[in-house]
Design a binder for this molecule. Structure first.
Ligand code: NDP
Length: 403
């Protein structure tokens, strides 16, 4: 991870938010709106939620608003007419917003591999990139980290676990780090058996016990694939091999992750489960900025508990570890197949346990070729989506009945 010379604390920092209408995006908007002088907004982007995007653009006096879905262009233009805010549409326009707008700081909060090009565009401009969009690092980890180095960009993790590690990781003496310990809430099915999970509905899967998040990451938390993706993300961000990254289930989500050092010391970052804390850490970095997040009261929390993850009930973690060990395009395939399967589950086309099955079958069906360039990433991603879609169709043919 490349760290730039420190900016003057409190100096204005222009901002672009990719995925401003999502869960991370709206929480970033909330923080930016508290100090508009310090955080002038260049561009905001969404997929198709034009009503919210237009409101945010007006409220924050953004220079540009971009919607990825071209069909939503006319409505966005209409909603912003007379404001002087530029409007654009299409996937290329989202990437161009990251590439051509001179924002000092870019929040990468698009969900899924759709964030690859825009995030890369910000990295290639040498921006400070606040990085929430973990699928990008999972699908193109080595290439992305090479680009970060080559362009002198700064990658600041936003995932609460990686932000925690970043805050206690000794970048000067990486040899002294022996283990990373990623904490996991365990998700809504932590205490449920496989029979319950087999019949789980969309509503049950997205009802996360401690975090309020977008639909995709909520389902990933329920399968624990989220922790698998985070393990891969941590490997690329901190350069620690897979066998030295542990996962620890901690249902209260107070300790956000830990770093173990060679002398036996273990350093952790704690806080209430509020994404505005890690977002603010990245937004203000290297200074800290105030947030309205509830303060941690350890007397009130009283008991913090820990469990080992159950590999039998939650095989997604094993699949992610195996993909990282296999290397090459395996994590790309894992992430793409998972994206397609989670969407099918959210659309009620498959059952909850079909998600892990589809991911495993897709990983088995495809070769894990080395990823020499972005074209290879796109190919592995497209192949995985095709195979996963075929599996979903086959499941659909055997009827999902009441789902
Ligand atoms: P959401 O689904 O809430 O938001 C996703 C955002 O991306 C929305 O602005 C959406 O626009 C936009 N988007 C979706 N598809 C596309 C596309 N094809 N092209 C361009 N923009 C698109 O997701 P979250 O905010 O929950 O998560 C975002 C990322 O951050 C994910 O990678 C997630 O894993 C990660 N993350 C999220 C956390 C959380 O607390 N939510 C915590 C840690 C990491 P629209 O609204 O128009 O659909």
């Amino acid at each position: 991870m490349v760290v730039k010379a420190e900016a003057a604390p409190g100096a204005p920092r222009s901002v672009t938010i990719l995925g401003s209408t999502g869960s991370v995006g709206t929480q970033t908007v909330d923080l930016v709106a508290r100090d508009p002088e310090r955080f002038p907004v260049e561009a905001l982007t969404a997929n198709r939620n034009v009503a919210l995007l237009a409101k945010q653009a007006r409220d924050l006096k953004a220079r540009l608003a971009v919607v990825a879905d071209p069909a939503a262009y006319a409505e966005l233009k209409d909603l912003l007419s007379g404001t002087g805010i530029e409007v654009a549409a299409g996937a290329e326009a989202v990437a161009a917003a990251a590439a051509e707008r001179p924002a000092d700081w870019v929040m990468a909060a698009i969900v899924g591999a759709a964030g690859l090009e825009p995030t890369l565009a910000a990295v290639r401009r040498g921006a400070i990139v606040a990085f929430a969009n973990k699928e990008v690092l999972v699908c193109a980890g080595s290439l992305m980290m090479e680009e970060v180095k080559a362009h002198g960009a700064t990658l600041l993790p936003v995932d609460s676990e990686h932000s925690a590690i970043y805050q206690v990781f000794d970048f000067e003496r990486t040899d002294s780090v022996t283990r990373l310990i990623l904490t996991a809430s365990g998700g809504p099915f932590r205490t449920r058996d496989r029979a319950f999970m087999a019949a789980a509905t969309r509503e049950q899967a997205v009802a996360h016990p401690t975090w309020d998040m977008g639909a995709k990451i909520s389902v990933d938390s329920a399968t624990m694939m989220n922790k698998g993706l985070e393990l891969i993300e941590a490997h690329f961000l901190f350069g620690i091999p897979e066998e030295r990254i542990d996962v620890l289930v901690h249902p209260q989500s107070v300790i956000h992750s830990l770093v173990e050092y060679v002398d036996g010391s273990v350093l952790a970052q704690l806080g209430t489960p509020d994404m505005r804390t890690p977002i603010a850490y990245a937004l203000g970095w290297p200074a800290r900025i105030a947030t309205p997040a509830e303060r941690l009261d350890l007397v009130k929390a009283a008991t913090l508990t820990f469990e080992a993850p159950d590999p039998v009930r939650f095989p997604a973690l094993r699949l992610a570890r195996a993909a990282l060990q296999s290397g090459g395009g395996a994590p790309t395939i894992l992430s793409a197949a998972n994206e397609v399967a989670v969407q099918a589950f959210l659309d009620r086309r498959i059952g909850f346990l079909d998600i892990e099955r589809i991911v495993e079958e897709t990983l088995t069906a495809l070769p894990h070729r080395p990823l020499r360039d972005l074209a290879a990433v796109r190919e592995a991603d497209a192949d995985a989506r095709r195979v996963a879609a075929g599996r979903i169709q086959a499941i659909g043919a055997t009827a999902v009945g009441s789902r």
